[in-house]
Design a protein around this ligand. Structure first.
Ligand code: RIB
Ligand code: CA
Length: 312
């Protein structure tokens, strides 16, 4: 089987944790590194959490590199209310056995991308795009060397989740997002338009709970936490599953419908900060990016359940 080489940049985070478990269990993916960024919780916690997830997945062969503690320009912002103060919901954090593999995620991204054939290393970006923006600033050649850059971020038809018009990852570091979208990297953006179609219903959570094994148990626990928090804070019965959409697309692209587009990010005003203006009136052959307009929620959960079950 041809494996897709992949770097995962994330801010675990309960949905990041599910995305990491999926990727680390996927036979079709070669996770070359996990890089962490401050986002849902501070980078010290996202880095510890990434190490916890890889230990639970039995994948301490995958290095974890800590990255940016704060956005390019803006003050750090968190989302602890949706992820728990420690970032993994109800999961009590512990000091993982394997240490951090380095504290320079930017250098690690550059080295890995340059060490492999152009176009062969994909990225799944599950948090603010600060690390990727810094890596491209330092090594502009990697924008063109990267394979598909699957980003969880942005909102168009759905409106925002952190403000009326912005989704959290892009809102947290709109300047980094703007730089990445203008870097020449080909972004496949999974904004709220798609992730809101992937809902963790009671039946889907119960399926993952029934699998057994530590990785599935962790995924189920974080999904349960999100279910409770979304019901309490937002009033939704089923929480949207955001970050795993990036990994699911790399594994099963047929689960999503994409449209060629141009994406601009608003960075000028507090009210519209992080708004993603997604323009579909482009020449498909020339379009710099792709935007996910539809997702098969049942198919994504089938994939998560099958992958975790096979790896259990
Ligand atoms: O808006 C959803 C995104 O913000 C996800 O990446 C979630 O982990 C939070 O970081
Ligand atoms: Ca995230």
């Amino acid at each position: 089987m041809r494996k897709q080489a992949l770097i995962i940049d994330c801010d675990p985070g309960v949905d990041d944790a599910v995305g990491l478990q999926l990727a680390l269990a996927a036979p079709e993916l070669e996770v070359l590194a996990i890089t962490t960024v401050g986002g849902n919780v501070p980078v010290a916690k996202t880095s510890r959490n990434a190490r916890i997830v890889r230990q639970v997945a039995g994948r301490e062969d995958v290095p974890v590199f800590a990255g940016a503690a704060r956005p390019l320009v803006r003050a750090p912002a968190g989302a602890g209310e949706f992820h728990g103060a420690e970032g993994l919901g109800d999961i009590r954090p512990f000091e993982p056995d394997a240490p951090l593999d380095g504290d320079d995620a930017v250098e690690a991204i550059i080295d890995i991308v340059r060490s492999r054939p152009a176009g062969s290393v994909a990225a799944a970006v599950m948090g603010p795009m600060t690390n990727l923006a810094l890596a491209i600033r330092k090594a502009p050649d990697i924008a063109g060397r990267l394979g598909p850059v699957a980003v969880m971020g942005g909102a168009r038809a759905e409106g925002g989740n952190i403000t009326a018009s912005a989704e959290f990852n892009v809102w947290a570091d709109p300047d980094a997002a703007a730089e990445v979208f203008h870097s020449g990297a080909k972004v496949v953006a999974f904004g709220l338009d798609a992730t809101h179609q992937v809902r963790a219903t009671e039946e889907r959570i119960a399926r993952i709970e029934a699998i057994g094994g530590a990785a599935a148990a962790m995924a189920a626990s974080t999904l349960r936490f999100s279910q409770r928090i979304e019901r309490e804070i937002v009033g939704w019965d089923a929480a949207p599953l955001h970050d795993p959409c990036t990994v699911a697309w790399l594994m099963r692209p047929e689960l999503f419908r994409l449209r060629p587009c141009r994406i601009e990010v608003e960075t000028g005003s507090d009210l519209t900060r992080g708004h993603t203006a997604v323009e579909f009136r482009v020449d498909a052959a020339e379009a710099p990016h792709l935007w996910a307009v539809a997702a098969d929620g049942e198919g994504v959960f089938d994939l998560i359940a099958e992958t975790l079950k096979a790896a259990a």
